[in-house]
Design a protein around this ligand. Structure first.
Ligand code: HEM
Length: 145
């Protein structure tokens, strides 16, 4: 059972991360589209569907399956919560979830034709989920402490 839940946890992680890496790219292109143009309206639909159809449900699935795994870890009382690497991973995953919240806010701004950031801003913040992803996977697989 544990291995099955872990497999679906990883599948959910892949879907969540794919969306988190792609949405800021859409914002970069959306910045270049004129407000009210057909292109801009198409980006709005793509962004809404990506967030609601993939990123949000994938995040919920990742959390539910991850917490289930955490409770069923090796420590009979505290599961993985007793391990150092898991505490560190939890902090980084909370940061990733906060980033998710910011993406949702910026999507709403674009939907209202009220974007307040530059193309460069979205290019730079695109690196944040990449760095968090690398650190989280290293912690989960290597378990260095
Ligand atoms: C959302 C909250 C999350 C929780 C509570 C959580 C919790 C866990 C737990 C308890 C395990 C089992 C570790 C083991 O059996 O060795 C696990 C495995 C794993 N998690 Fe997460 N996780 C979360 C999010 C993530 C994210 C965002 C990523 C990647 C960016 C990730 C990547 C992985 C990987 C790659 C494994 C497999 C490790 C292995 O078997 O070697 N997890 N997770």
């Amino acid at each position: 059972m544990y291995q099955w839940v872990k497999a679906f946890h990883i599948i959910a992680v892949i879907a969540w991360m794919a969306g988190m890496l792609y949405l800021p790219r859409l914002f970069v292109y959306h910045c270049a589209a004129e407000k009210g143009s057909v292109q801009s309206e198409t980006f709005k639909v793509m962004e809404r569907r990506l967030l609601r159809g993939i990123i949000n449900p994938a995040m919920v699935a990742t959390w539910l399956l991850g917490l289930w795994l955490a409770w069923h870890g090796p420590d009979s009382r505290y599961g993985w919560f007793a391990s150092g690497w898991f505490g560190a991973k939890l902090c980084l995953v909370l940061a990733l979830s906060a980033f998710h919240g910011f993406l949702a806010r910026w999507r709403k701004d674009f939907a209202a034709d009220n974007n307040r950031h530059s193309q460069n801003f979205y290019r730079i913040i695109n690196e944040i989920p990449t760095l968090l992803l690398i650190a989280i996977v290293l912690l989960a697989v290597v378990k260095p402490f």
